[in-house]
Write a protein that binds this ligand. Structure first.
Ligand SMILES: Cc1ncc(COP(=O)(O)O)c(C=O)c1O
Length: 384
């Protein structure tokens, strides 16, 4: 009865099973995987909800690209980063995930391939699979300095005649690594040579680590291949529930105009972005700095306290190496059972190396520090 593309193994993994049992018993657990900004005690100005009462929200005048005043705000974000983009080259979407689906529909046919970094965001496999595409990994290599670098040689080798797009994540989730200027130019040149599109996921771009390397503020750039930069309110101002994201497009004029004309039809089939949020966005943008500042301060104070994390250029997550831990799943299960702390084992993000734990840096410092203390107490292999 069901399509093969939905033939997933839906059995809960051991960690989520154990977590559900413990929560059902009412046990207190420190969740070091909490990455939902609306659940970590940030202050959101009351005016945000009031803006949703704007009478323009009662008028339905859909534009497949999204309402122009909202697109102008997105254009101003890129202009501030030195990458001006015409609002006509911007599409609003309900989420970044939806933006991926639209781009996959635009660029690829069933059975085609998209290149994704490893380790990275685990949803890529699902997003590609739902559009009948395959993901092919290219590696990020961990250097002796603790920084991750794009495996360009492997990236080029991974390309086949069925490759339709290269996805780069800047900063990457969870490694926090950005592309350097050189890596950006090499990736762009490779895409141009192969005639494939470059998709730059920049959802975490506002959260750069002060001690991070010197890297581009955005990978959107004229003079390169057909390029799509993705961002959205879920990270840009910590409002995942508002469902507003965007695609900004650059590249050779003929390719851009072809892409825009087709994206317009794709967007027009659903018109999925709701009007009240689009109408509120221009004024919401004025509150973005206060929310971004809180997130930056939270993440930075947790990074400063937990010095053992691998260095990062940005993002909300921390990566911890656990030398000697071979079986991450058993280790994470034991940590949950014995110390009541939840972390993501590295294999969730397809890390090649074993002995990796990923922790969210969004928690208030008290809970974060207690969680890390318990984690360390459970591990003979790392010292504070
Ligand atoms: C790298 C990356 N891209 C995209 C998304 C999804 O963003 P959205 O909530 O806008 O769909 C996430 C969510 O965590 C992410 O980590």
């Amino acid at each position: 009865m069901f399509a093969k593309r939905t033939g997933w193994d839906l059995r809960p993994n051991k960690l989520s099973k154990k977590l559900a049992e413990m929560r059902a018993r009412g046990e207190e657990i420190i969740d070091l995987t909490e990455s939902n900004p609306t659940r970590v005690g940030l202050h959101y100005p009351d005016e945000l909800l009031k803006e949703l009462a704007d009478p323009r929200g009662l008028l339905y005048e859909p534009d497949p690209r999204g309402l122009l005043p909202a697109r102008k705000v997105v254009a101003s974000i890129y202009a501030a980063k030195g990458a001006p983009v015409d609002p006509e080259r911007i599409f609003l979407t309900a989420s970044t995930s939806e933006a991926y689906s639209m781009l996959f529909r635009l660029l690829a046919d069933p059975g085609d391939q998209v290149l994704v970094p490893r380790p990275s965001y685990p949803l890529f496999g699902y997003l590609a699979g739902l559009n009948d595409l395959e993901t092919v990994f290219y590696p990020l290599h961990l250097g002796t300095d603790g920084h991750w670098r794009v495996g360009l040689k492997e990236l080029e080798e991974a390309m086949t005649p069925r490759t339709r797009a290269l996805i780069v994540v800047h900063p990457n989730n969870p490694t926090g690594s950005c592309l350097t200027y050189e890596e950006r130019d090499q990736a762009a040149a490779l895409c141009a040579r192969r005639g494939i599109a470059l998709i730059c996921d920049e959802v975490f771009a506002e959260y750069r680590t002060p001690a991070g390397r010197r890297v581009p503020a955005t990978l959107l750039k004229e003079g390169g291949p057909l390029t799509f930069a993705l961002g959205g309110l879920s990270k840009w101002m910590g409002l995942p529930q508002m469902k507003l994201s965007w695609i900004a497009c650059a590249g050779p004029d003929s390719e851009v105009s072809g892409a825009l004309a087709r994206l317009e039809v794709i967007a027009d089939t659903a018109l999925s972005v709701n009007t009240p949020v689009q109408a509120a966005f221009p004024r919401w943008a004025g509150f973005a700095p206060t929310i971004q500042r809180q997130i930056r301060e939270r993440v930075q104070s947790n990074r400063d306290w937990m010095k053992k994390l691998l260095p990062a250029d940005g993002g909300w997550n921390g990566v911890l190496e656990l030398p000697g831990v071979r079986d991450e799943e058993s280790w994470a299960l034991e940590l949950l059972e014995r110390r009541r702390v939840l972390v993501h084992p590295g294999y969730f993000y397809d890390f090649e190396q074993s002995g990796i734990a990923v922790v969210s840096l969004l928690l208030p410092s008290g809970g974060f520090q207690e969680g890390i203390r318990r984690l360390l107490a459970n591990s003979a292999t790392i010292q504070t």
